[in-house]
Every structure is written in structure tokens, then in C-alpha cells.
Design a protein around this ligand. Sequence first.
Ligand SMILES: [Zn+2]
Ligand SMILES: [Zn+2]
Ligand SMILES: [Zn+2]
Length: 146
Amino acid sequence: MEKRDIVQLLHRQNFRLTREREALLELLMRTEKMFTAAEWHALAQQQHVRVGLTTVYRLLEVLTKVGLATPFLVEGSVYYAFCAGQHHHHFVCLACHHVEDLYECPVFHHLPKGCQVHHHKVDLFGICPACQEQSEAGQVTPGPPM
Ligand SMILES: [Zn+2]
Ligand SMILES: [Zn+2]
Ligand SMILES: [Zn+2]
């Protein structure tokens, strides 16, 4: 999905993109990791995108509503990753919080007979190859990245 279409989708949800909000959206779009709203806010500040925490919450909420962000519940915290394009699933690394999109959908091989499925979610959580290598090398597992 192109940015132009995303901007239109957001407008339809009454979310107007100021220059700063657009910079926040671009940050989300190019980051293949999940962060909590507070972490996204801190990351935005680091990159000199001056938006308030409320705006971060609001954008994440609107993006989730229109299917352009996915919330992940990990150890009691809600993390968000940007999602665009066609139907997919995720592999989420619990060490570095990298989110990989999986475009192969396994679900319909396991459908109970006669059931009509309207939507579904499959997200896999584990440790990515890079983090496995790091822990094998005896290095400290990184905490949530900033
Ligand atoms: Zn996704
Ligand atoms: Zn990792
Ligand atoms: Zn699927």
C-alpha cells in the first residue's frame, strides 16, 4: 500500500496528518520492530519528531482500526508494529522485538468441518537467528531495543 492511500485512510478516520504526524507515520512504516506506545514516543523524540504521547496513542489506535498496525501482547505490555499490504502472519523475536511478516497462511488446512471463518490471527513468538547466535556466543541478550 502506498503512502498516499494510507494518508487517505487516515483522513477518513478523521486523523489529519500534520508534518510532524507524517514524520511519525514514516518512522512507523520503515521500522520492522514492535514497540509500546511509550517506546515509539521515545524513538520519535530521538529522531526529532516532536509529537506528544497522546498523538502516538491515537495514531496507533487508528492504524490498528484500519488494519495497518498489529498489537502484540507480550508479558502484559501491548507492543505495536506497522503492517501494510496483503494478508500475513508474524514471527516476533522476543529478544530484539524484530517483527517478520510471513505471507504463507497455514490456517485453512486445519479448519473444523462446516465452520465459516471470518477472520483469524496467527502470530509466532520466539528467538530470531541473530539473537540465537548472540546468546550462543555468550553475549548478553539485548533488552527491548531503542
Ligand atoms: Zn504485519
Ligand atoms: Zn532477535
Ligand atoms: Zn492467514
